[in-house]
Design a binder for this molecule. Structure first.
Ligand code: BGC
Length: 706
């Protein structure tokens, strides 16, 4: 319980963001000082002019009507005799909540003195309030900042009518922080005559500017991810997100960067600028959750290297406190489907355990009483979410992947009851027993083969839903067994689903994804025949991938599992549309939402839904780690306590290697062609097994060459 109150301004400031200030003296000698703070909105604290901590967009996004994280900062070194604590507040993600809920801030400064006494300074009505330089600040629409404005603290704060602290919890996730700084790669004058900065990399963050200007001069920018086919600036795909950046100068040399919103961009169009445009005046500041990098992939193929880089940047751009679909348009939401398809790759690239633990707590908090799970989390209001297969199933898939990659059983314990509730919901609502029929699903979202501009292809929703139902029940059983629970009812249910699936669909699969579902989730008694039929279908379709969100992550896995690795490599290495490498030929530096975000003729996908920073198809990364390099977790010894290596080389690539920094040390696998043979080198910090060109090996910790 904080010794403090939720406070807000005494009057409606409209779009202007408030500042709250408390001045105080210290006469005693300080032993330590801690600032606890959170907001209904996003905040930034400064103590005696110095920013407190480096968390950007604090307190992050949780299911605000259930939980709000409180941050704790050691501010001992910032205190002096005469002090001024200032809190800036903006809406951040909070604007999505009910209009009646006023944004507010709560803070407590706890000071311990060397004589053993303590003092607390908490937010209350004695705090002074001013209209800040931040005249407008919105998650999607950007900012208007007036550096020439001098805040006047002439009113007092009001204690919020909802002054409860019931929802407060300590910080759980990784803080969002500044991670990298990118320089201008090129200043472009477009055919339209506009000046556009190219940072060379699609990314998520902010733009820092430094210029010499006069009071009242105006600076303004627009942000975009691509140039259109004529080379002109383009950002119609941001939809209603205005992503404004308007800055009114003060006198002299000045540096500014917005920190209470963010942008997804590679290009910045200079709309007005009072100074000479020099590259040094602009820096793109990359922000994301503070995850530790653990995974590395490198090969002799520059396109594959670029693909891996795009996968990493997709993760950096969308792991901003929650796993989002995209960082630029009027969405930026915690879509469950996107998160579950990408989590395995994500968990190899970076240590994301803490990140997912926090988000899964929100998933749990937002699950309905009847077991239904929303399609994105945190939710926004007012909106009735779609209860969709493969999206809601993130509730079981994500904890299981955290178990496999990190050996974490707490997350399984915490999510076990919610998984049961979810499975029971399906069982109760389906219109056909032992399958999931009758729901409304995203299913194989963005699959090809439908009408251009439509979001769905020919794969049957009921088939996908039934397959995911089986998979989630199977994860429930594995989870339950590990936790020592009785899951016999679900074991029986699983058998029933499997038989019903086989009976219903009779191995008559019409699309790539339909085959993949049966193979990946073990819903056929004739897997080899189904895999061969998948390979045949792919050949018939011109050796081209046709899958959407649910087929794409597994297609290469099921091919290589059943002897079609050659074809899997063909799909991976294909450079023409549709393929993973095609966007690279169009200059992509992140993973696109659509296989044809930019069509071969340069046309841009309809603005209704077109992101160039959407990590979902980056899920192919786990095939690169798991099959090309052959680094695999072992279910019975998770968290890389043991490793299973099964690399599969291909003649079209001279050399390939991957590395994962695990809790037990560095796991590495590489191969190269030399004198007509493939050489393999494996480094394992733990006991391992290996399967190399059909031969099985038992390995001790160390380096092994084959
Ligand atoms: C998002 C997707 C998401 C989908 C639901 C889109 O608007 O960007 O990535 O999963 O909606 O199908």
């Amino acid at each position: 319980m904080l010794k403090a109150n939720w406070i807000h301004p005494s009057y409606n400031m409209g779009k202007v963001c408030p500042l709250f200030r408390k001045d105080f003296f210290i006469e005693n000698t300080v032993a330590s000082a801690t600032l606890y703070i959170t907001a209904r909105g996003v905040y930034e604290a400064t103590l005696n002019g110095t920013r407190v901590g480096d968390f950007i967009m604090a307190p992050g996004w949780t299911s605000y009507h259930n939980r709000i994280q409180v941050q704790t900062y050691d501010v001992t070194g910032l205190l002096q005799e005469e002090n001024s604590l200032v809190l800036a507040l903006a809406e951040g993600w909070f604007w999505r909540l009910k209009k009646s809920q006023l944004k507010a801030v709560i803070a407590q400064l706890h000071i311990s003195y060397t004589d053993g006494t303590t003092e607390d300074i908490g937010t209350d009505e004695s705090w002074l309030v001013a209209e800040s330089k931040l005249r407008f600040c919105h998650l999607y629409n950007g900012i208007i900042y007036d550096a020439s404005h001098s805040p006047v603290f002439d009113t007092q704060a009001v204690i919020a009518s909802d002054n409860s602290q019931d929802l407060l919890i300590p910080q759980q996730g990784e803080a969002v922080k500044e991670q990298e700084r990118l320089k201008v790669k090129e200043i472009i004058i477009t055919p339209k005559g506009e000046t556009v900065l190219d940072f060379g990399q699609n990314m998520t963050g902010c733009l820092e500017i430094t210029l010499d200007a006069k009071k009242g001069d105006e600076v303004s920018f627009s942000f975009g991810e691509i140039l259109d086919k004529d080379g002109n600036f383009y950002n119609a795909n941001y939809r209603s997100a205005k992503a404004m950046y308007k800055y009114i100068c003060k006198d002299g040399i000045q540096t500014f960067m917005p920190t209470l919103t963010f942008y997804g961009f590679r290009y910045v169009r200079i709309d007005s600028y009072p100074a000479r445009i020099v590259p040094e005046g602009f820096t793109a500041v990359v922000i994301h959750s503070d995850m530790r990098r653990t995974g590395y992939i490198e090969s002799s193929d520059p396109l594959l290297n670029q693909l891996f880089s795009n996968i990493l940047w997709g993760q950096k751009g969308n792991f901003l406190d929650i796993p989002t679909d995209c960082p630029q348009r009027d969405e930026r939401l915690g879509w469950m489907g996107d998160a579950q398809v990408f989590i395995r790759t994500a968990s190899y690239n970076y240590d994301v355990l803490k990140f997912f633990r926090k988000w899964l707590n929100d998933v749990k908090a937002e699950q309905y009483e009847n077991g239904a799970v929303p399609d994105f989390i945190p939710s926004i209001y007012p909106r009735k979410p779609r209860i969709s297969t493969a999206w809601a199933d993130a509730i079981a898939i994500c904890p299981w992947q955290c178990y496999l990659t990190y050996g974490d059983t707490d997350i399984l314990e915490s999510m076990f009851e919610p998984i049961i509730k979810w499975v029971d919901y399906i069982t109760k609502t389906t219109t056909k027993p032992n399958l999931w029929f009758g729901g409304k699903h995203y299913a194989d979202w963005l699959e090809l083969g439908g009408k251009y501009g439509k979001f769905k292809g020919p794969t049957r929703d009921d088939l996908v839903a039934s397959a995911y139902y089986a998979n989630t029940v199977s994860l429930l059983i594995k989870t339950g067994r590990l936790l020592g629970r009785d899951v016999s009812d679900y074991e029986a249910l699983y058998q029933n689903i499997r038989s019903a699936f086989i009976r219903e669909f009779r191995e008559d699969f019409r699309t790539q994804t339909e085959h993949i579902m049966a193979l990946q989730f073990d819903l056929t008694d004739k897997p080899q025949a189904v895999a061969d039929s998948l390979a045949e279908l792919i050949h018939k379709q011109g050796d081209m991938i046709q899958t959407g969100f649910v087929g794409t992550p597994y297609i290469l896995h099921v091919l290589s599992r059943y002897g079609h690795t050659d074809l899997a490599y063909t799909l991976l290495l294909r450079q023409e549309y549709p393929s993973w490498l095609y966007p690279i030929s169009k200059g992509a530096t992140t993973i696109w939402e659509h296989w044809d975000g930019i069509r071969p003729n340069g046309d841009i996908w309809p603005v209704s839904m077109n992101s160039y920073n959407h990590y979902a198809y980056g899920a192919v990364g786990d095939w690169m780690y798991g099959v090309m390099a052959g680094i695999n977790t072992v279910e019975a010894a998770p968290g890389f306590k043991k490793v299973h290596f099964a690399p599969i080389a291909d003649d079209r690539i001279d050399w390939f290697g991957a590395e994962i920094e695990t809790a037990y040390g560095r796991v590495s696998s590489r191969w190269w062609h030399e004198n007509g043979r493939v050489h393999y080198e494996i480094i394992t910090p733990v006991e391992a097994t290996a399967l190399i060109e059909g031969k099985a090996y038992k390995l001790n910790a160390g380096k092994h060459c084959f």
